[in-house]
Design a protein around this ligand. Structure first.
Ligand SMILES: NC(=O)C1=CN([C@@H]2O[C@H](COP(=O)(O)OP(=O)(O)OC[C@H]3O[C@@H](n4cnc5c(N)ncnc54)[C@H](OP(=O)(O)O)[C@@H]3O)[C@@H](O)[C@H]2O)C=CC1
Ligand SMILES: CC(=O)N[C@@H](CCC(=O)OP(=O)(O)O)C(=O)O
Length: 383
């Protein structure tokens, strides 16, 4: 049975947001596993990690979601609040169990917050009608050869790779609504594509010579201890990594190539920054002949007019990661470059929210036929 959707009362002004909500109310959720009640039972796989914990935090006030399963690997067997005391007040949260002990017949949807490669082995064994929002990179690349090239092994579930819908919500909303398996985008691809895709699509910037300088908070690397993420190796510094080889490049190029209608090759360098969460992409782009930076800004403003979570800041105002901390918003702006014929596009997100669990919930809301913004309208913490 599809759920009836309620209207949300705040924060989603504008024509397109109203359209989205009207459609969500009018159209039933696509057929999939039948829902047992009007509250969906959700399993969070990898709940002892950062993005899994963020799913629990964000869904705690969701009227249509009850988290009934949480899994861990090394942390299995523990009470959830032993691992994440900040979520002790989340009501009726179950303890962490192993994935093998989950009865998937008794859940309505799954958030999969596992490492890539492990993910495809787990998802291919799930009931084939179960709705899944996957936060890993496993189902984002459409071409199996590209996956094998960048991830170093053949994909173990090529059929599912074909079925998956890429969930950059603002660009693929209609496909997301009918998705069964949702490939949630990577954090860098979310931040950069939201700024660049509409400009390429409109032919306002040239597909060559796109340089993306990216910065991420350390939570982007996950919770498992890694030498390169130790406080004394991150604090008081800035670390570039995977220079010229980061696996998000083919994901970004896949989207930008679609937008431009011809192959796009980007230059992309990520950096780890001395902060726990937050992400900025600064993209240096070449303008099409006769186009100005102001026109880029106007294009982004009209593309995202009425979007609940993507905002173009007033002219001249610079987006900072602190402006989105803890929220599902993406803020952006465009600036002229001193080099003639070029412009600078800056976007910021919280890597754990719009870059992962928040966008995942935005997508699940659409997949279930609920209002897209449910439980996601929290504004940023500042300072
Ligand atoms: N962090 C971020 O900003 C973003 C992350 N992502 C992606 O989301 C996914 C989760 O990321 P994140 O939460 O940061 O990762 P974490 O490292 O914080 O958490 C990983 C989770 O997976 C569990 N796990 C690890 N290995 C196995 C295994 N072999 N079998 C079963 N469970 C296992 C861990 O359990 P335990 O701890 O109990 O061992 C833990 O719950 C990854 O694919 C990541 O790339 C996507 C966008 C942004
Ligand atoms: C800071 C940091 O290490 N970030 C991660 C990206 C997080 C993410 O989006 O990863 P997935 O593509 O696996 O989902 C990285 O660079 O690998």
């Amino acid at each position: 049975m599809a759920l009836q959707c309620k209207r949300v009362a705040v924060g989603t002004s504008g024509r397109r947001a109203m359209d989205v909500r009207a459609q969500a109310v009018a159209s039933p959720a696509p057929a999939s596993a039948p829902m047992k009640t009007n509250v969906a039972k959700i399993a969070v796989l990898g709940a002892s990690g950062y993005t899994g914990a963020e799913v629990v935090r964000l869904t705690a006030l969701h009227p249509n979601i009850k988290v009934t399963v949480l899994t861990g690997d090394k942390q299995a067997g523990k009470a959830f609040s032993d691992v994440f005391p900040h979520l002790v007040a989340a009501t009726n949260v179950p303890k962490l169990v192993k994935i093998d002990d989950v009865n998937f017949a008794d859940v309505d949807a799954v958030f999969c917050c596992l490492p890539h490669a492990t993910t495809q082995e787990v998802i291919k064994k799930l009931p084939s009608d179960l709705k899944v929002v996957d936060l890993s990179a496993d189902f984002r690349l459409k071409n199996p050869a590209t996956y094998a090239e960048w991830y170093g092994h053949e994909h173990a579930a090529v059929e599912l790779q074909k079925e998956a819908v890429y969930g950059l919500t603002e660009l693929y909303r209609d496909q997301v609504k009918s998705a069964r398996l949702l490939a949630n985008p990577g954090c860098y691809p979310t931040c950069s594509q939201l700024g660049l895709y509409p400009l390429l699509k409109a032919g306002l910037i040239l597909p060559e010579d796109i340089l993306i300088d990216a910065k991420s908070g350390v939570s982007g690397a996950g919770r498992s201890a890694k030498e390169s993420n130790l406080y004394c190796e991150i604090a008081e510094g800035i670390n570039s990594y995977a220079v010229g080889s980061h696996r998000h490049m083919p994901e970004i190029e896949q989207g930008l190539t679609e937008a431009a209608g011809k192959p796009v090759t980007i230059s992309f360098t990520p950096h780890l920054i001395n902060m726990s969460r937050g992400m900025q992409t600064t993209s240096y782009v070449k303008l099409a002949p006769g186009v100005t930076a102001d026109q880029l800004r106007s294009q982004l403003a009209s593309t995202y007019e009425g979007e609940p979570f993507v905002r173009v800041l007033p002219k001249g105002v610079v987006p900072h990661t602190r402006h989105v901390r803890g929220s599902n918003y993406c803020l952006m702006n465009v600036f002229p470059d001193r080099i003639p014929g070029r412009a600078i596009v800056i976007s910021v997100i919280d890597n754990l929210v719009k870059g992962a669990s928040g966008q995942g919930l935005q997508n699940l809301n659409l997949m279930m036929g609920w209002p897209e913004t449910t439980a996601l309208l929290q504004l940023a913490m500042f300072p």
